[in-house]
Write a protein that binds this ligand. Structure first.
Ligand code: P70
Length: 445
């Protein structure tokens, strides 16, 4: 697909940003020049996927596209049952409601916004058990997604395993920079969890990207195929939630996958309440066909190598220029370290939010805050002030060229040169849930 782009003047962009309340989620896409808000639903579909859209079987029940999707999921990931949903958070909602009881603790390798919210709405409390290195943007640990087994063991000792329904393991951990978990660590997590009767829920939104990093960096995996690594990762988990809008190269879709027959039946019963029949779960037949094809395409080595390679290209360019970024560079985007970028702005004046706004005003590049605004307020009512105060430059798959990455890097450099002029922000509107999506701000004088 080719779309015309509009270049606004700096003054026009300044006005757009004011109207958007200094929140890049509230900009109109027509006013954006290069859109690095997210890699979610923004990838370009292939010729084969577009052809698949023409093969939609829109029967209410038992669409053949569902069976194609089920077969593709089983072939690549190996889970037994597939319950389709309209996107990832619907799967998170169902598994949280099915497994979490009030007062439970739910450990995980760093929070994700929607995941944690669904755990909390189900009565649980998220507990971070990721290694400390994940919270340090400058640590060069190659597997910053790893779980600190001592933290997990401590939680089991303190709370008792009966208060821990599952541990949630994300592959290519989003909030710390798209950082992979090693297969060796995951295996240990699985063994520890199962010794205590605790399930492992896999947020496999970017599992294929994680598998690529394993192939590249984990000893013993260089000669394994991406699908073999993905299958091994999934074999150390019991349940998976999937936002297909990322790895799977489609604009909408997702699913819950489980191995247990009884849990599958419960989830199938629940999906008809919230999503649709268990053979479409919020997707049309044609969506499911494009998704089935995307599942097979995304594990092709040349594709994933080019995808992660493009992210690494932008990361290296910024790093070479001395821009403070999260290192090592992860798989789905380059994350600017706003604490070091704008050290003059206190974290409660949201430096990452201000930086994302400034970058847009400078060049029309749209990015996303992943810091104090995203983290929300803790039980004490105060902003959580996470260690990581980041701006995510997220790269959609198969959309942009290296030349676009060069323009992005130039703009980041320009903003870096003028960084002293950037001011902090304060809320003018703060929504109750997932506040970062709809919040509005004004600059602090
Ligand atoms: C992003 C998107 C979605 C996502 C994810 C992981 C690791 C679950 C989901 C939910 C969209 C997004 C969502 C919340 C805040 C900002 C942006 N991530 N797990 O841009 O899936 O969106 O399909 O319901 O990354 O990172 P879905």
């Amino acid at each position: 697909m080719v779309e015309p782009l509009r270049m606004l003047t700096r003054e026009q962009r300044q006005r757009c940003m004011e109207e958007a309340g200094y929140n890049t989620f509230l900009l109109r896409s027509a006013d954006v020049y290069i859109d690095l808000l997210t890699d979610s639903g923004t990838s370009a579909m292939s010729d084969r996927q577009w052809a698949g859209l023409m093969l939609g079987d829109e029967a209410y029940a038992g669409s053949r596209n569902f069976y194609n999707l089920e077969a593709a999921m089983r072939e690549v990931y190996g889970y037994k049952h597939l319950i389709p949903t309209h996107q990832g958070r619907a799967a998170e909602h169902m598994i949280s409601q099915l497994l979490i009881k009030k007062g439970d603790s739910v450990p995980g390798n760093m929070y994700f916004t929607t995941t944690r919210l669904h755990q909390e709405l189900a009565g649980g409390t998220f507990v971070d058990v990721i290694i400390d290195e994940a919270h340090d943007p400058q640590s060069l640990h190659p597997f910053k997604g790893d779980v600190d087994l001592a933290k997990f063991q401590k939680l089991i000792d303190e709370r008792g395993a009966e208060k821990i329904p599952y541990i949630c393991i994300a592959t290519a951990v989003n909030m710390c920079g798209g950082q992979p978990i090693s297969v060796a660590n995951l295996k240990e997590v699985y063994e520890l969890a199962h010794r205590h009767g605790i399930l492992v829920v896999h947020d496999m939104t970017r599992c294929v990207e994680n598998a690529y990093m394993v192939k590249d960096h984990e000893p013993g995996y260089a000669d394994r195929t991406i699908t073999e690594i993905v299958r091994e990762i999934c074999s150390y988990t019991d349940i998976a939630t999937m936002s297909s809008k990322k790895d799977h190269l489609v604009n909408i879709g997702g699913f819950l996958a489980v191995n247990d027959d009884e849990l599958a039946n419960k989830a199938r019963n629940m999906v008809v309440v919230y999503e649709g029949l268990h053979t479409y779960g919020g997707m049309s037949g044609r969506d499911m066909e494009a998704l089935a094809i995307g599942i097979r395409e995304c594990v092709e080595y040349e594709h994933i190598k080019a995808r992660v390679g493009q992210v690494q290209y932008l990361g290296k360019k910024l790093d070479d220029e001395g821009i403070p970024i999260v290192k090592p560079v992860g798989t789905h985007g380059v994350f600017l370290d706003a604490k070091r970028f704008l050290p003059h702005i206190d974290q409660d004046l949201f430096p990452a939010q201000a930086l994302a706004a400034e970058l847009y005003v400078d060049s029309g590049v749209r990015s996303m805050e992943r810091g104090n605004v995203s983290a929300g307020r803790g039980p004490d009512g105060k902003h959580r002030r996470p260690a990581l105060e980041l701006v995510r430059l997220t790269i959609p798959r198969r959309v942009y060229t290296q030349a676009h990455m060069d323009v992005v890097a130039e703009s980041v450099l320009e903003v870096y040169d003028n960084r002293e002029q950037v001011k902090g922000l304060e809320f003018t509107y703060e929504p109750e849930y997932l506040r970062f999506f709809q919040a509005r701000f004004k600059p602090v004088e």
